[in-house]
Design a binder for this molecule. Structure first.
Ligand code: ADP
Ligand code: MG
Ligand code: ZN
Length: 487
């Protein structure tokens, strides 16, 4: 049997979160929440004689993405007409970019589960407009099926990001898709919400015998509504093509759908070629000239991107790559973490508390960082109480859980519940005397070498103090008192 090398290139469509549409003044509205066909006008409904006007903000957002993906920015941009008929496309053409896209020749680094890093080339980033949205309703024997069309989405700014065929597995495709989504979110240009269709990912997949150069025939997968579907759909397609090739057959170049419930791909239509679209320069729009000054200004205003943040967390804060990566996953979490560190400088301690305790509470309560009642300075105050030995770690975890629910400050909870740690030597010493007096048999056994009883004594003292005795002090005085009883 032949061993094949999978070749995958991704096309990602991302709607841009501008206020208004790409070529008209209509508002960009939520495609799920908004009443259908309420954000429309003659331009985005394709009425004859209407003229498009380019949305400057959309161009700026496209530049942000192209720069963040290390692309060269095209100074001379041409919009092109891509002609085809479909009910969700009222003009019967889509305004897109063809020969001169805004961004070319970029790259992005991805990280695989194994920890391995890979660089994936970006072939092009181009601007276009989204189509309307069709909803198909099925008939039930006595009634015919029918379709509904909502043009709210028609003309929403859309970016297409096309990778080089540098991806070689479903897992790599997923890692690449996640990285692009993370960057789009960092840039504030797209919410990454795949269920709402604002981000759509389509892999092109082919196989070639390992060690050969020529690409095989590819299929393109549509309707992937999650990154899991991207990984699983790609893996399914790789296996399906291998089976065909092994049997001496030929892969048909076509568009295939992904059936999420059955977890299989199925043929949708044979692949159209570029010439089928009769691309030509959009006569209603002038060429778009982008100046060097504008490119420099947009570049200078880019936020710190995930890879830079992860590197900084390792060098400045001494965090492990893994911890840095998890904290930098969402920029809101990263900003929150840094705000805690501004008030409590031991970044490793802060990182541990967020990763281990805060995230657990957020999971339990299904809350995102922007929704929680604990503030960054509130967590810092709690950590100061631990550092000052006012409370121990276990008590602090309970206090945090309480802060999470009530929004009270750490100090208020510690005071109201009398949780402050007992660090008074006389008080701790008295409790230890009580325990040792009550358990003279165990003391004798311990002195005779039954060392494991030590933890048990500590436990008894902690119980007597209701968990409030300062553990370091308990250990120190316990050693002293047992030494006295030895003689
Ligand atoms: P189209 O617009 O016709 O789909 P593109 O040339 O823009 O074609 O390529 C789309 C994507 O397909 C790109 O990400 C590219 O890397 C990828 N690609 C091209 N050829 C192959 C192939 N033989 N196997 C897998 N992916 C491919
Ligand atoms: Mg394609
Ligand atoms: Zn409009």
């Amino acid at each position: 049997m032949t061993t094949y090398e999978p070749i995958i290139g991704l096309e990602i469509h991302a709607e841009l979160m501008t206020n208004s549409k790409m070529f008209c003044g209509c508002k960009v509205v939520d495609s799920v929440e908004a009443e259908p066909n309420t954000a429309v006008c003659p331009v985005c409904l394709g009425m004859p004689g209407m003229l498009p006007v380019i949305n400057k903000k959309a161009v700026e957002f496209a530049m942000r993405v192209a720069l963040a993906l290390n692309c060269d920015i095209q100074h001379h941009n041409i919009f092109a007409r891509k002609n085809y008929f479909y009910p969700d496309l009222p003009k019967a053409y889509q305004i897109s970019q063809y020969e001169l896209p805004i961004g070319t020749q970029g790259w992005v680094d991805i990280q695989l589960e194994s920890g391995e890093h890979k660089r994936i080339g970006i072939r092009r980033v181009h601007m276009e407009e989204d189509t309307g949205k069709l909803t198909h309703l099925e008939g039930n024997g006595s009634t015919n099926g029918y379709s509904l069309v909502d043009y709210n989405r028609s003309g929403v700014p859309l970016l297409e990001i096309v990778s080089e065929p540098d991806i070689h597995s479903g897992e790599e495709a997923r890692a690449y898709g996640l990285k692009i989504r993370q960057i789009l979110r960092y840039l504030g240009v797209n919410s990454g919400d795949m269920e709402k269709g604002v981000l759509r990912v389509e892999p092109n997949i082919s196989l070639r015998p390992l060690g050969t150069i020529a690409f095989g025939k590819r299929t393109e997968l549509k309707n992937l509504n999650s990154f899991k579907a991207l990984a699983d759909g790609s893996a399914y397609e790789i296996a399906r093509q291998a089976e065909i090739l092994d049997a001496g057959g030929e892969v048909i170049q076509e568009t295939r759908g992904w059936h999420d419930a059955k977890r299989i791909t199925f043929s949708q239509r044979s692949k159209e070629e570029a010439e089928d679209y009769r691309y030509f320069p959009e006569p209603d729009l002038p060429p778009l000239q982008i100046s060097d000054e504008w490119i420099v200004a947009v570049g200078a205003a880019l936020p710190e991107l995930p890879d830079a943040k992860i590197a900084r967390y390792q060098t400045d804060y001494g965090l492990s790559e893994y911890d840095a990566r998890v904290l930098a996953e969402e920029k809101e979490v990263a900003a929150w973490f840094e705000e805690v560190v501004a008030h409590f400088s031991d970044a490793k301690v802060v990182a541990n508390w967020i990763l281990n305790n805060l995230f657990q509470l957020m999971n339990e309560h299904k809350q995102a960082i922007g929704e929680i009642r604990v503030t960054a300075s509130g967590l810092a105050e709690l950590l100061q109480l631990v550092a000052a030995n006012t409370i121990n770690n276990n008590t602090a975890k309970e206090v945090l859980a309480e802060m999470f629910v009530s929004g009270e400050s750490a100090e208020a909870i510690v005071a109201a519940k009398g949780l402050a740690q007992i660090s008074d030597e006389t008080a701790v010493s008295a409790m230890i005397t009580t325990i040792l007096d009550q358990h003279s048999d165990q003391v004798a056994a311990y002195i005779n070498g039954k060392e494991q009883l030590r933890g048990w004594f500590v436990g008894q003292v902690m119980r007597l103090s209701k968990g409030k005795a300062n553990p370091a002090l308990v250990n120190k005085i316990l050693t002293e008192q047992i030494e006295q009883r030895r003689s």
